[in-house]
Design a protein around this ligand. Structure first.
Ligand code: C6P
Length: 429
């Protein structure tokens, strides 16, 4: 099947793409060519995209799969007896199987498609937490969480009388495990933590935390938003109860994500929302809910997004998450060392086990000004609190500049960032 090729609006700017220069052996030149947007100039310069924690760029295969669905396959799923509906249903359900394998789940019934991590936390808080919790029960989170992994738990605590406990982090941005363990008690019903912190880059010891929390009798929820594009995930080995990802942070479309939930728990949970497709039968007196996972997928889902997510998973697996991790680790080391050249620059988040996220402040320059100056050079970073205000407050700052790396970044990108930061120093030094 072919569709009109989607081409970028402009041609590449005269730059020789770097090879990885690291042990990963990723084919950088070819790999960068897979991303049309990297050839589109920004402010007359080549784009240096360092905002991957906010959202990643999309490879041509993902963009084309979404377009192809609308060109050739568009129909509602699970409903029609007609050809297109059956084809769309099959394509959608194939991605569920692909996602199951990608996350290492045992059963496709354990994979729920939803909008992304935010919706996943809300679903678990309301469908698992709300019926379970009562006064005196506790939910344990950590100080480095994204607001998505704080606010839904606060809401369910207000609804049920449960208490939210927060484990501290140290000056490197690591969870203080001894204190986290002490906060675990028979009252802890849910332990929720990020796999990787979006603001600090910290990689949590999720296997150890999961084993400890489960031994204490708590269910474990892991926010994998910042992990899925950077490291292999196997929920069967982690042995957590819930794990979630956002498609748009793993080279897939926005508005689609996946929640893994342990089968027995999903079976026991009431639906999150009511509507079409989540029912087996409806009368005014009684509704019988559909089987898993459809019980949690009320209404017409993001079919095109799901198909795009499937292509994003193919993309990650073709390049290999081990290789991607090796590439990003090498770049993180390089970037960390080069940032140390900049006078007055303070790294915020220096965990020993860290993902390729570089948060920092520059003396005398507000992060938003740094972001604006870098933007003039075609360099995209995020400046702000990164939806992790408690983590910012822990480091005594309101905001940081954040350069977050992805598969297509290379040393040239870091060098351009450093050159941009020298300009910042000239202006604010
Ligand atoms: N972080 C960032 O710039 P959604 O928006 O639902 O796809 O993901 C929410 C979310 C949850 N947990 C973590 C650790 C995250 O990083 C995010 C999204 C983006 O850091 C946007 S605020």
């Amino acid at each position: 099947m072919s569709t009109t090729p989607i081409t970028p609006e402009s041609t590449p700017q005269g730059r020789t793409p770097a090879t990885t220069g690291d042990r990963s052996g990723l084919p950088m030149e070819a790999l960068r060519r897979e991303f049309p947007i990297l050839r589109v100039p920004v402010r007359g310069r080549r784009l240096v995209y360092l905002d991957n924690a906010a959202t990643t760029q999309k490879p041509q295969s993902v963009i084309e799969a979404v377009a192809r669905y609308y060109f050739r396959q568009n129909a509602n799923i699970h409903r029609g007896v007609h050809y297109l509906s059956m084809e769309a249903t099959q394509a959608y359900e194939e991605v569920r199987e692909k996602t199951r394998r990608f996350l290492g789940a045992r059963d496709t019934r354990e994979i729920v498609f939803l909008r992304g991590t935010t919706e996943a936390v809300n679903l678990v808080a309301q469908s698992y937490g709300r019926p379970l919790l009562g006064p005196g029960d506790e939910i344990l989170i950590t100080h480095l969480e994204h607001h998505s992994n704080i606010v839904p738990w606060q809401m369910v605590c207000r609804q049920t009388g449960a208490i939210l406990r927060v484990a501290p982090i140290d000056d490197r941005g690591e969870v203080v495990l001894e204190e986290w363990k002490q906060l675990l008690s028979p009252r802890t019903r849910i332990a929720a933590f990020a796999h990787v912190s979006n603001a600090l880059g910290t990689i949590n010891p999720i296997r150890e935390m999961t084993a400890l929390a489960r031994a204490a009798g708590a269910a474990v929820f892991i926010d994998g938003a910042q992990a899925a594009a950077h490291t292999p995930i196997r929920v069967d080995e982690i042995d957590c109860d819930f794990y979630c990802v956002s498609g748009h942070k793993m080279y897939g479309p926005t508005g689609i994500g996946a929640l893994y939930g342990r089968l027995e728990l999903l079976e026991s949970m009431p639906p999150y929302q009511g509507g079409g497709d989540m029912i087996a039968s409806v009368t005014f007196e009684e509704t019988v809910y559909n089987e898993l996972p459809h019980k949690f997928e009320a209404g017409t889902p993001n079919i095109a997004g799901t198909i795009g997510l499937g292509k994003a998973i193919d993309f990650l697996q073709e390049h290999g998450l081990e290789r991607i991790a090796a590439h990003e680790d090498a770049l993180l080391d390089y970037g960390t060392n080069r940032l140390r050249e900049i006078e007055g620059l303070r790294l915020v988040g220096t965990a020993r086990h860290k993902a390729a996220i570089l948060g920092f402040t520059v003396d005398g320059a507000h992060p938003h000004d740094v972001g604006t100056i870098l933007d003039q050079e075609g360099i995209a970073v995020r400046a702000g609190h990164h939806c992790a205000q408690p983590a910012m407050e822990r480091f005594g700052v309101a905001a940081t500049v954040r350069a977050s790396l992805g598969i297509y970044n290379d040393k040239d990108d870091i060098d351009d960032l450093i050159a941009g930061l020298h300009k910042v120093r000239e202006l604010f030094g």
